[in-house]
Write a protein that binds this ligand. Structure first.
Ligand SMILES: [Zn+2]
Length: 85
């Protein structure tokens, strides 16, 4: 089993390789943010306050990276090929 740090490094490496090859694009969206913990929160865990510290949360603009449709299609096609073999 991988440690959280190892998982972080693997995910970071995958992202950098995809981004370097132009397979990611940038977008922004409103997401709930806890100023006390300085972190974005998943909507499903929030009911007006941070589930960690109970500090009131406010929406802020988050930048997210999306993979290109061509990459998604490649992954889906590969997954279907594996599933049918
Ligand atoms: Zn918090």
């Amino acid at each position: 089993m991988f440690s959280n740090f190892t998982c972080f490094r693997i995910a970071q490496d995958i992202f950098h390789k995809l981004n370097k090859n132009g397979l990611c694009s940038e977008a922004s969206l409103d997401q709930l943010f806890c100023e006390k913990d300085s972190k974005f929160l998943a909507d499903r865990y929030v009911e007006g306050t941070c589930p960690t510290c109970a500090y009131p949360v406010q929406p802020q603009i988050a930048v997210v990276f999306l993979t290109h449709a061509a990459l998604r299609m490649h992954v889906e096609t590969s997954a279907m090929a594996v599933a049918s073999s």
